[in-house]
Write a protein that binds this ligand. Structure first.
Ligand code: C5P
Length: 309
């Protein structure tokens, strides 16, 4: 395992050393562009402004708009996390990663269950772009222990995540995608010198949407996440830049052990209320983002409206 990784802030309060180069919380925030058109994606990017540096392009947007959208983001100075979760024979995955490296992406995902050989092929191809971080997906958060058992995987989700992450790091991956609930075990078992990218984030006081169990940005960082992926709380906000800035503040709190401890009580209350919030959020599932409507295009960033939290 490498001792340091370019552009990869170590975990939160569990980190052993403190590197002041990573004090900018924007290094840890990834905004998910889960929309179907380049116009909608560009509108979000413009509205977020300089409150975020990295954008996740996943299956939905990539399938709809293809590589040009990625090139455009890179040319505009944004970092791209290409979340296509490659899983195929080593030769095919290596070839796909080589193409992703040419696009100029900064992070991409592969499935750790594709084998060490497949991961080595991906990592070797990524070397064409030294700053490219290869992340391994371990167990999808939609799977539980009984799903794993049906496909022949015995043991807890947690143990499986740690086992797959161990294999991923041993084969050269620079990080994993994992929930905040798994992040602390991963840090305890495998140390700090790798990225943990954590989705399933909801800012304190926000709607939880269709997420089953969520954590706040501070809680994820305090648990050891190096990066958090946030989609709808930012992309569907009236003021995406303001929401992103609020989340950056919460990231900084999570990275500060004293403030994180102070926040722990609030986080506990949020988790206790998760079921209730989920029930209330059912009504919001039909919500349509303003930029997904057929109304006439308005590319001006949303008016600033600070949210009290
Ligand atoms: O829910 P939200 O809009 O913040 O999701 C952002 C991204 O995180 C989505 O692209 C989704 O695929 C991913 N995600 C995930 N696992 C979860 C929740 C969200 O991979 N448990």
């Amino acid at each position: 395992m490498p001792a340091t990784l370019p552009g990869v802030p170590n975990g939160g309060v569990s980190q052993r050393g403190h590197d002041h180069r990573h004090d900018d919380p924007r290094q840890r925030l990834i905004v998910a562009l889960d929309v179907s058109t380049a116009a909608a994606a560009q509108k979000i990017v413009a509205a977020v402004g300089d409150s975020a540096l990295t954008y996740k392009v996943g299956m939905q947007l990539y399938t709809a708009e293809g590589p040009q959208l990625v090139r455009d983001l890179v040319v505009s100075g944004r970092r791209v996390f290409l979340d296509l979760k490659y899983h195929d024979i080593p030769n095919t995955v290596g070839a796909a990663v080589a193409e992703a490296a040419k696009l100029g992406v900064s992070m991409l995902t592969i499935h750790s269950s594709g084998s060490g050989k497949m991961m080595r092929a991906a990592v070797a191809a990524a070397k064409a772009r030294p700053e490219l971080i290869v992340l391994a997906v371990t167990v999808l958060t939609s799977l539980d222990e009984s799903d794993l058992e049906k496909i022949g995987i015995r043991g807890t989700v947690q143990d499986t995540v740690v086992r797959l992450a161990t294999i991923a790091l041993a084969n050269g991956c620079q990080g994993v995608v994992a929930s905040a609930h798994e992040a602390s075990s991963l840090r305890a078992e495998l140390g700090d010198a790798f990225a943990i990218v954590t989705p399933g984030i909801r800012p304190a006081g926000g709607s939880v949407g269709d997420q089953v169990r969520v954590v706040t940005p501070a809680e994820a960082i305090a648990a050891g996440a190096s990066h958090i992926v946030v989609g709808r709380p930012i992309t569907e906000a009236t003021d995406p830049a303001g929401e992103a800035r609020a989340i950056l503040g919460q990231i900084s709190r999570g990275a500060d052990p004293v403030r994180a401890e102070r926040d722990a009580r609030d986080i506990e209350i949020i988790n206790r209320n998760a079921d209730q919030l989920n029930a209330e959020a059912e009504d919001t599932l039909e919500y349509q983002a303003p930029w997904d409507t057929d109304e006439k295009e308005d590319h001006r960033p949303a008016k600033k409206k600070s949210r009290k939290r």
